[in-house]
Write a protein that binds this ligand. Structure first.
Ligand code: KIV
Ligand code: NA
Length: 275
């Protein structure tokens, strides 16, 4: 099987084939997703999806490395993109390069980081070190305190124009793709039209070059509130809980394990241990 590379994604945009991206945080989810999607994101959403935090701000480089390692060990064919967590690309160029370069040494093919004009210097520094960067604009979850919650962005004229300007700057700085999250569909369509790099939407309407959803959201594994942009393709949480409860009932009734799930002694040894 051919591995997905950054030029493959660029060709997708040029040929009008939509890019499919989801998250994976461990080897199981990576193995499920790998034959199906083009891009696997080791997202900092691991913080709220898997680690029980309310948002992504407490996610550290150590946590991201731990999850990236688990995904990378599967030798996925999909393009692996590792998310730069809060404060891993803000403090200095040197620390940013060390963190992002470390992701590549652990098996990621690219990094993703949130933000526009303020982050251009860091994006340029990474691209100069041969570290491919995916941008991320709009409802950037690491900005939750500034936004005053998880709210759709770019609904005011100046915000919409700033987003388009940021998108242009990120492309100029060398980003190979751009996630657009929680923005009006028309704005994402406009960005997709004038950018040459692919856009990957989440809550950004149908006109992006591709779509990303969190693995656990697609499969209905997140029990709490589902944002408007999520479509769950199965009720994974209930489905898995139902199967687990059938096993628990069988344990309690004595129906599990049966002979098929049990080991026997070799012929004749039965009497030996009985006496
Ligand atoms: O962390 C994440 O899962 C993300 C995607 C939703 C784009 O950043
Ligand atoms: Na993220």
């Amino acid at each position: 099987v051919e591995r997905v590379t950054i030029p493959v994604l660029q060709r997708c945009k040029e040929e009008g084939r939509r890019i499919v991206m989801t998250t994976a945080y461990d080897a199981v989810t990576a193995r499920i997703a790998d034959p199906i999607v083009d891009v696997i994101l080791i997202g900092d959403s691991v913080g709220n999806v898997c680690l029980g935090f309310d948002n992504t701000l407490p996610v550290s480089m150590a946590m991201m490395n731990h999850h990236l390692d688990a995904v990378a060990r599967t030798r996925a064919r999909a393009l692996l993109v590792a998310d730069m967590p809060f404060l891993s690309f803000h403090l200095s160029i040197e620390e940013t390069i060390r963190n992002a370069g470390g992701f590549l040494q652990r098996g990621a093919a690219a990094v993703k980081l949130e933000g526009g004009a303020k982050r251009i210097e860091m994006v340029r520094a990474l691209v100069d070190c041969e570290i491919p960067v995916m941008g991320h604009l709009g409802l950037t979850p690491q900005s939750v305190n500034v936004m005053g919650g998880f709210k759709v962005q770019g609904r005011k004229a100046d915000d919409a124009l700033r987003l388009l300007d940021d998108a242009h700057r990120l492309q100029e700085a060398g980003c190979f793709a751009l996630v657009l999250e929680g923005v009006p569909a028309e704005l994402a369509a406009r960005a997709t039209e004038f950018l040459t790099i692919p856009t990957i939407g989440i809550g950004a309407g149908p006109s992006c070059s591709g779509q990303v959803l969190v693995f656990h959201d697609v499969l209905g594994l997140t029990e709490s509130h589902r944002p408007k942009f999520v479509r769950a393709y199965t009720e994974g949480f209930q489905l898995l809980q139902e199967a687990l409860s059938r096993w628990a009932a069988d344990v309690r009734s004595g129906a599990f394990p049966g002979p098929q799930e049990s080991y026997g002694l070799p012929q004749g040894l039965g009497e030996t241990i009985a006496n």
